[in-house]
Design a protein around this ligand. Structure first.
Ligand code: ADP
Ligand code: MG
Length: 333
């Protein structure tokens, strides 16, 4: 009797699962927000409502964190220099500051005055003089940000910009929203910040391509993953040229100039999109050797590095999930 009950339960379960699968359809949406193109793809029996909620969530976070939006909390901090912020904003800033500490300041949310001098914010590109950069660097330094609960203060000429971590945070919040809505299969790309939820509807892993920094129409490798964020930072993503010199948007906070660490791109694979976003920017600034040291001390991310000569390095945690036609070196703990 007990065995019959067991067999019936299994059959019922199979039938239910089968039905759910048959009713699952692909729902997708493309949204322009945070100065980038966002693609959301979810598999569900009724995805339209969830996609609308996701779009609202993106807009909500943009209104909270975009320093260019007069109503955002970051705009107000930059204006007032001392303010009381929401718990959410305080948490994002806390996470950003912890990446700064961990990376010896390679990631720095007070880099904003330097970004402005180069015109990367608003795409009014120019090459600032060394004197201008040195003066602006006086106001840069993550340790200048005083955060005590919800009370935040920054010195008079300091500015905060969460551009290096905001999309990662947004992808975490979208993943949370989708899971709360019982979505078990989804992939979202926020301007190249990829976040996967569960596996593909057929139960196989998602494939995420890693762009070739020298020719971004091509992939230099492919990752097979589930429930992870994959975030790439590269000098090729935003740059301008003057007099034959290329200047890109990832700044070394020590010099105020485009980071020249010998790396062309860094891809971080982590459960947290926020962390992956912050670390991808920081490790790009730090260069290969220091990044490997940091990876060896940590246990919650993996990385793919492409250097300026096109040589590839991957950390061993992803060795069974990475494919490439090119040679690559596996970095061990
Ligand atoms: P993107 O946002 O273009 O995908 P990143 O995540 O690497 O790329 O972030 C780069 C953005 O972060 C820049 O456009 C700039 O606003 C900001 N930024 C640049 N250098 C740094 C840095 N060293 N630390 C923190 N943020 C930075
Ligand atoms: Mg980043």
């Amino acid at each position: 009797m007990r065995r019959l009950f067991f067999v019936l339960s299994v059959l019922t379960c199979l039938l239910l699962c089968g039905c759910a699968d048959n009713n699952t359809e692909e729902y997708s949406k493309t949204i322009f927000a945070m100065d980038t193109v966002m693609d959301l793809k979810i598999y569900s029996s009724n995805g339209d409502d969830v996609l609308t909620q996701a779009e609202n969530e993106i807009k909500r976070i943009e209104n909270l964190l975009d320093r260019g939006n007069e109503n955002s909390e970051i705009y107000k901090i930059n204006q007032n220099k001392s303010d009381v912020v929401s718990e959410e904003t305080a948490t994002v800033i806390t996470n950003a500051l912890s990446v700064s500490k961990e990376t010896g300041g390679a990631f720095d949310i007070t880099i904003a005055p330097i970004i402005d001098l180069w015109g990367f914010y608003g795409n009014n590109f120019r090459v600032p003089s060394d004197t201008e950069l040195q003066a602006a660097l006086e106001n840069v330094g993550y340790e200048k940000v005083q955060l005590d609960g919800s009370n935040i203060s920054i010195p008079d000429n300091t500015l905060i910009d969460l551009g290096g971590i905001g999309k990662g945070y947004t992808s975490d919040m979208l993943a949370k929203l989708l899971r709360e809505n019982d979505i078990t299969s989804a992939i979202i790309s926020l301007g190249g910040n990829v976040q996967t939820i569960g596996k593909k509807p057929d139960g196989s892993l998602w494939t995420v391509g890693v762009a070739d920094p020298r020719d971004t129409s091509k992939h230099i490798g492919k990752l097979k993953i589930s429930d992870k964020a994959v975030v790439t930072s590269g000098g090729y993503q935003r740059y301008f040229e003057r007099d034959g010199v290329t200047y890109h948007h990832i700044i070394n906070p020590d010099t105020g100039k485009s980071a020249e660490s010998g790396l062309a791109s860094v891809t971080i694979i982590s459960e947290s999109g926020t962390r992956a976003d912050g670390l991808s920017t920081a490790l790009f600034v730090m260069g290969l050797e220091k990044s490997i040291e940091l990876w060896r001390r940590s246990n919650d991310f993996d990385a793919i590095f492409v250097d300026d000569n096109g040589k590839m390095f991957i950390t061993e945690g992803i060795k069974d999930n990475f494919e490439s036609a090119n040679n690559y070196e596996i970095i061990k703990k």
